[in-house]
Design a protein around this ligand. Structure first.
Ligand code: AHG
Ligand code: MN
Ligand code: MN
Length: 334
């Protein structure tokens, strides 16, 4: 249930009962993500000042090197969750291997693992374009009280208990799902509070936008090339308009609000495309399905793929249901 002026903190508490295992642990985890998001938001907002204040490439007061924003975001999320003893393991784009979290007092007793892309679209920072954070949460499958194992992280996306993203845009938003629809909260930076601004977000079945990096066109599979031409032809609602930011979070967020399809296909140069299954595609696919959209690799539902490794890549077709189905039709014809 949502109501006017509801804060994210209130929403988490009021909807805790929706979750089948509700013991408060997942709520505390989302609360910690909310806190880390505010810290990263502050860091991202200062990004343009780094050169002016002369700290880039220098050491700070503790003698540590000033770090790039994606390393800073990674450390912020890891330390926020670790300090609160809130998950038993974390996997991140920025870490080769997963991190085992030693609980304080009760060792390893936490039930959840978190996977994340701490800063998505980081090549856009230099040019003051929106970036994001993506997160995905599972219940561990190995017994509580033991160190986490790789298999806790390699679960198919349909097993996610929650997923979300933070978009550091013209305003900062946290959008998430626990499998009961998708809700978006906008940060009021003056008081550091997220308010429910986008209750029950949904993808329209069709939309006016297609989003793909057409610079790679010559390397795309025939099915994708033909689908792109279809998007550009006169027809029902077509030609579609082309919008591509190059920040997955921002591209999907816009398409969820306006309706559209996002494609990052495989190419002759990248056999599995570019995007990572575990902490980019799975969470975005869960959110998209919860919003009534569809996400596939061109043939198979993303959430049904059994992952083989932490950093594996997968082609990604995501967005308005009928548009994704049309693109799949082009793929299967080739
Ligand atoms: P990241 O910054 O986490 O490495 O992710 C970048 C990704 C994603 O955000 C975006 O959709 C995609 O890279 C853009 O890739 P191209 O520049 O190849 O289009
Ligand atoms: Mn990314
Ligand atoms: Mn990243």
């Amino acid at each position: 249930m949502s109501r006017k002026n509801q804060t994210l903190g209130e929403f988490i508490i009021e909807n805790q009962g929706e979750f089948q295992y509700s013991s408060g642990e997942l709520s505390r985890l989302i609360n910690s993500i909310r806190l880390a998001a505010k810290v990263v938001n502050h860091q991202v907002n200062k990004a343009g000042l780094v050169d002016i204040t002369g700290t880039a490439g220098e050491t700070n007061i503790q003698g540590e090197d000033q770090q790039k924003l994606d390393v800073m975001a990674n450390e912020t999320f890891i330390s926020t969750l670790t300090n609160r003893n809130i998950v038993c393991g974390i996997a991140s784009e920025e870490n080769d291997d997963f991190i085992t979290i030693q609980g304080q007092g009760e060792d390893h007793n936490n039930k959840y693992v978190l996977l994340m892309d701490p800063l998505d679209g980081s090549s856009n920072i230099d040019v003051n374009v929106s970036v994001g954070t993506i997160f995905s949460i599972y219940r561990r499958i190995t017994p509580a009280g033991t160190p986490v194992k790789l298999e806790d992280f390699l679960q198919p996306g349909r097993e996610q208990v929650a997923a979300g993203y933070i978009i550091y845009g013209t305003s900062t938003m946290l959008v998430y799902t626990t499998g009961h629809g998708v809700n978006g909260f906008t940060l009021n930076p003056a008081i550091g509070t997220f308010y429910l601004s986008h209750p029950n977000m949904t993808f329209s079945e069709m939309g006016p936008i297609y989003s793909v990096n057409e610079g790679n066109y010559v390397h795309f599979p025939e099915g994708v090339k033909k689908y792109i031409k279809y998007c550009q032809e006169e027809g029902e609602g077509r030609p579609y308009t082309s919008r591509y930011i190059g920040s997955l979070v921002s591209d999907i967020h816009r398409n969820m609000i306006k309706g559209g399809i996002y494609i990052y296909p495989k190419s002759s140069r990248a056999q599995n495309g570019k995007l990572r299954l575990l902490y980019e595609c799975n969470p975005m696919a869960f959110i998209t399905e919860q919003a009534g959209g569809k996400a596939s690799d061109g043939f198979t539902r993303i959430l049904d793929i059994k992952p083989k490794e932490l950093h594996e890549r997968v082609p990604f077709f995501c967005g308005s249901k009928l548009m994704v189905e049309k693109a799949e039709e082009f793929m299967s014809n080739e």
